[in-house]
Design a protein around this ligand. Structure first.
Ligand code: MG
Length: 265
């Protein structure tokens, strides 16, 4: 009986190890379980200087290893969807959607990443529901984390601020009043596809909104859309980050991104 239990436990351990290896929870290379505990030959993590948090009056400072997507001065990291210059307006330390000039996207493409975005909706607010401080952060240009004035303003739950648009409402509504700076800290892992185009595993996203967890490693169902849930289609490992022009003068500041190692198969 003991032997059977031991075999069963071994099988479970092997299954866990295989699962970890194939789901890629760990950086490429040696599985953490293969390292002897407290092994001093294990590589040290890179040393970086952490950033500083923003206040309402002052944007914070990105960590030293982040790529700064907006430094308060210009949109040189951004372009229009036709490849021309980004036409949004730059103010003092922020930029703002210029209505009807179209979405903008980063010139650079990104895969798995940590992303920090700060945004503020117009004050006094205009409109109601979805027509109130609407913009969006589109991961890989396809998966929208909704930007909306959701402070004491009702819309459909999977369309409010902090939602994976049309898929997952935020766990709580942690919105500040319009005009105040709101923060998104996003961890994104892109989808993986088999060689034949079949989805191997979906994209995952975690969103912290104003310091509060609102999306807890949810499996994105496919590209986000209005009134539909289109299926995944094969996409490159890296694509630009996109911000939405929804005709509202939403502001952004202190945008930075840290690319994560492509640790997952
Ligand atoms: Mg939107």
């Amino acid at each position: 009986m003991k032997g059977i239990v031991l075999i069963a436990l071994s099988l479970v351990a092997i299954a866990v190890a295989v699962n970890r290896a194939t789901t890629g929870l760990y950086p490429a290379g040696k599985d953490p379980q293969e390292w002897p505990i407290h092994d001093r030959t294990r590589p040290q993590p890179p040393v970086i200087t952490p950033g500083e948090a923003s206040t309402q009056d002052q944007p914070g400072r990105p960590p030293s290893d982040a790529l700064v997507l907006f430094d308060g001065k210009d949109l040189s990291q951004w372009e229009s969807l036709n490849g021309g210059p980004a036409k949004w307006n730059v103010g003092s330390g922020y930029f703002e959607v210029a209505a009807k000039t179209g979405n903008i996207r980063t010139k650079q493409s990104f895969g798995d990443c940590q992303l920090h975005v700060e945004w503020a909706t117009p004050n006094p607010p205009h409109g109601e529901d979805q027509d109130r401080g609407n913009s969006g952060v589109f991961l890989q240009s396809l998966y929208e984390i909704q930007v909306l004035d959701s402070y004491q303003s009702i819309t459909y739950p999977d369309g409010q601020a902090g939602a994976v648009y049309g898929q997952y409402p935020p766990l709580v509504n942690a919105s500040r009043p319009p005009g105040q700076w709101q923060t998104y800290d996003i961890i994104f892992h892109g989808p993986r596809f088999e060689a034949d185009g079949k989805l191997r595993r979906p994209a995952y996203v975690t969103v912290v909104y104003n310091g509060v967890l609102v999306q807890d490693h949810v499996a994105i169902m496919g590209p986000t859309a209005h009134k539909q849930r289109p299926p995944y289609h094969v996409t490159p490992d890296k694509l630009p980050l996109m911000l939405q022009d929804h005709n509202h003068p939403v502001r952004f500041r202190n945008l930075w991104i840290r690319e994560l190692a492509e640790s997952e198969p």
